[in-house]
Design a protein around this ligand. Structure first.
Ligand code: URA
Length: 306
């Protein structure tokens, strides 16, 4: 799902998300200097580095030194190894204190990692949509949420506010969640695509559907959100979200109303997008009732899994 290139002195290869093309050889200076994802990777590496299990010999065996110059995390190794003893002593002290106080020492690393990913996403250029919107609209909600709702992409109001589902579709979602007995505040809410795609008509910005490569490029971020939060239930609101979660084009009708197991052990549920309910002309009330019923079922399932 990444846009990439391989440069060698003889030949280059370029993948633009849809097509692979060949080009001439290139010098090292043609490669971009910085990888925007490296900072997040370094944060992640530093947070999973366990000083209490330091085994320099095994590390060197798995990562021979000759490869270190190409690996961003290796720049951290020296200081992590040097600080291992102090950090281990701090960990022991922290856990002694927290068990004495009865407080669970959870969440710090998760929050740090999530904030790092969100900060990286703000500078995302993985697809051309970053040129379009005002800002990246990242997901929000508790990091121990049992349900993750995934929409399509931020709309006009979300793009300006920098928060998902705050416009008309969000208000309808809130109302339906309330009627279904599902607490939005306890859920993590995000979008398959994190930038607003629109066409300008006069003063108005008219929503445009994201295309396949845009959805696939943005899967990088939703995968990060899912792997950090690990919600037992992921809800695709509409076809774009479902395409992102299942990595293929699907129809809502064929998947709606039941659980679909996911590789990470969670399950996906599929329902309509709330903006469909704002547009639909026939049987609007019946469609809305069906949506509320889907949410009620999903809420009960999440409770059972929790
Ligand atoms: N529609 C979406 O899919 N997401 C939002 O955040 C708002 C509208």
């Amino acid at each position: 799902t990444m846009i990439w290139a391989i440069l060698t002195p003889e030949l280059s290869l370029h993948w633009d998300g849809a097509r692979l093309s060949e080009g001439p050889g290139a010098p090292r200076t043609d490669a971009p200097g910085a990888d925007p994802v490296e900072a997040a990777w370094r944060t992640d590496y530093a947070s999973i580095f366990n000083p209490a299990r330091l085994m320099v010999g095994a590390m060197l065996k798995e990562m021979p030194k000759k490869y270190w110059k190409n690996m961003p995390e290796t720049a951290l190794v020296r200081s992590l190894v040097a600080g291992a003893q102090t950090r281990e002593a701090e960990m022991v002290e922290r856990s002694r204190k927290s068990s004495a106080e009865g407080a669970p020492a959870v969440g710090d690393n998760l929050l740090t990692a999530w904030e790092a990913v969100r900060a990286e996403a703000r500078a995302c250029t993985r697809c051309p949509l970053y040129k379009c919107g005002t800002q990246t609209v990242f997901g929000e909600g508790p990091l121990d949420a049992k349900i993750m709702f995934v929409g399509e992409q931020p709309g006009d109001q979300e793009d300006l506010a920098g928060r998902p589902f705050v416009g008309p579709a969000g208000q309808l979602l809130d109302r339906a969640l309330g009627e279904a007995g599902v607490d939005r505040g306890a859920a993590y809410v995000t979008n398959a695509v994190k930038h607003f795609k629109f066409e300008r008509r006069g003063k108005r910005r008219i929503h445009q559907k994201p295309d396949g490569p845009e959805i696939m490029a943005c899967r990088w971020w939703i995968e990060q959100e899912r792997s950090l939060i690990r919600p037992p239930v992921v809800v695709a609101l509409g076809a774009t979200a479902a395409r992102s979660i299942f990595e293929r084009v699907v129809t809502i009708g064929s998947l709606r109303g039941r659980a679909h197991p996911l590789a990470d052990g969670g399950e996906a549920w599929v329902t309509v997008h709330p903006s469909f309910l704002l547009r639909v002309r026939d049987d609007r009330e019946a469609e809305y009732a069906k949506f509320v019923e889907d949410l009620r079922k999903i809420g009960e399932r999440a409770k059972a899994l929790a």
